[in-house]
Write a protein that binds this ligand. Sequence first.
Ligand code: SF4
Length: 338
Amino acid sequence: MTLRIDLQKIEAIIESCKPSRVVFNTPDGLLKITMDAAKKIEKSHPGIQTILVADPTYGSCDTVDSDARALGAEVAFHIGHNTSIQKLGKISYNIDVWDDVPFSEVVEKAARFFNSFGFRRIGLVTFAQYLQSLDETSKIFGKFGIETRIGKGLGQLHDGQVFGCEFYPAFSIKDSVDAMALLGNSVFHAIGVCLSTGRPTYMLDPYSNEVRNVQDLADERLKRAILSVYKAREAEHFGVIICLKEGQMMPDQSIRIKKDLESFGKIVDLLAMREITPDRLDTFTGIQAFVQTGCPRVSIDGYTFSKPVLSVPQAMALIRVLSGQELEPDLLIRKHWL
Ligand code: SF4
């Protein structure tokens, strides 16, 4: 892996903010380069103390702005969830990380494969670390006579970028392509693209040179999501969870869902928590089903819970079912799962 962190941006922010203490947070896969960057900063700026938040972080929704301020830091660097937004919260700055691994071999393999299936138009998407590879990939597909589409970015998303729960660029082109191709070795993101677009989706892994169809995995997640909605229909007592993570906190959405469920005679307790895990939820023995308005992937392909734990789109489907409507199998074909 050839990971590059945007040290220039870190240096520019330090130059302009002149902090005495800075905090870093980053996903587990980037801990090593983040610790190296923190060491470099301490060495080149002897007056600066760095602190690495060792809790896990899973997205640009998972910053530590208030923790960093509580720790007395003037600046927090959120590393590796590249977005189009420079600053999150009061003192948190997004710092990009890129992986320069070449895609040419796996893209050529994919092009031959797509041609053998008669796919003429492919939707290209990727996640944070590979955005810089989209244009080159388009050119390679072009040489094989395959047209590519890259959807426009929106909100925090760059053109062609997806998060695990936000798919605007993929969704906007889904009806004009034969299949989607996700650059990078993330089954997690490829499954999200497949479920949110309803299109055949292939993961192009530049490390193993594998072109992987994720349809079976996506189908399995969808079945589980639908089954949870049916199980939740029988519950009388619900817990509706507000997630305490900075970018996932949606109290209004939780309160709306609570009221909707109460209108069908359900008993609903409003809960707030940071990490939604089976152990924590099993503590609430009287509650038969949960809805959580934090990360939808916790419900869709996170833990195996002993009771239904619905994400927002599943909760919407449940409300429709309680109103007497059929449960549509396209409940996850959406631009955004929050
Ligand atoms: S809510 Fe979940 S899927 Fe969405 S960006 Fe955050 S961690 Fe990723």
